[in-house]
Write a protein that binds this ligand. Structure first.
Ligand code: ADP
Ligand code: MG
Length: 249
């Protein structure tokens, strides 16, 4: 591949990771958490990352968001070289382009549902009728009657729906979700997932979803599997070749 081809590939994808490695010092010996990972996620498509506990899934997500620094390798977000940016530059990029959903919800405990969503919109640089827009998004996830509830007074499923509303209210170009159903029962988890995919399609969001659940992973346009920090070929049953949007995975 020529350097011109390489630039074209980077510009067309929402996320490109090249030769991404992460090595840490563990009791005076190096420990490889990620080993030469290469990824490409097309704009508005969804990618599932599966693999056993400790295989490096969260580490990879943290690098794709620029929350952590790689030992080597590069990440481009919408054609922007993530690690060429300063720490402040990466934080600004995250605020403007990324939404996050975590296993443990990570809502702000002293803010109610509406305030949690509105604050994220302020941080992302949105202006205008934020509270009205936040309310519309909370109604969209079925929480119109819970706007002024604090997180501690909501069920796990309701808290994750606030987190989903918070993430999508900023209209992120990318949503990173790390085991979003990990702390929910089956019914609550399914509701979150259905909402997540319908909002992702409606808003054209690029989704990277970390999950243990192969059935859930198979709902994504493409699936990759991590094993001890290396990308391995996913099991045939979880591999989806053609994306729903017609873009090859
Ligand atoms: P997963 O999300 O797939 O469960 P993680 O990415 O969280 O895996 O972690 C991969 C491995 O790296 C785990 O064994 C974890 O304990 C280890 N690990 C993560 N961060 C560090 C660190 N800063 N120092 C040492 N080990 C780490
Ligand atoms: Mg993890």
């Amino acid at each position: 591949m020529t350097s011109t081809d390489s630039r074209t590939t980077v510009a067309q994808a929402a996320i490109v990771a090249q030769h991404l490695s992460k090595v840490v010092d563990d009791a005076h010996s190096p420990l490889t958490l990620l080993d030469n990972v290469n990824l490409r996620v097309g704009s508005a498509t969804s990618l599932a990352i599966v693999g056993p506990s400790g295989s490096g899934k969260s580490t990879l997500l943290g690098l794709l968001a620029g929350l952590d620094l790689p030992s080597s390798g590069q990440v481009w977000i919408d054609g922007i070289d993530l690690f060429a940016l300063s720490e402040d530059g990466r934080a600004a990029l995250r605020a403007h382009k990324f939404g996050f959903v975590f296993q443990n919800f990570q809502l702000i405990g002293h803010l109610n549902a509406l305030e949690n969503v509105t604050l994220a919109m302020e941080i992302s640089g949105q202006t205008g009728a934020l509270r009205a827009d936040a309310q519309i998004m909370l109604e969209r996830v079925g929480l119109g009657a819970r706007l002024r509830h604090l997180p501690a007074t909501l069920s796990g499923g309701e808290q994750q729906r606030v987190a989903l509303a918070r993430a999508f209210a900023t209209r992120p170009s990318l949503l990173l979700a790390d085991e979003p159903t990990g702390n929910l029962d089956a019914a609550g988890g399914l509701r979150i997932i259905d909402l997540m995919f319908s909002l992702q399609r409606e808003l054209g969001t690029t989704l990277v979803l970390v999950t243990h659940d192969n059935a859930l992973a198979s709902r994504c346009d493409a699936v990759v599997e991590l094993e001890a920090g290396r990308l391995v070929k996913p099991a045939a049953a979880t591999l989806v070749i053609q994306t729903s949007s017609g873009v090859p995975a």
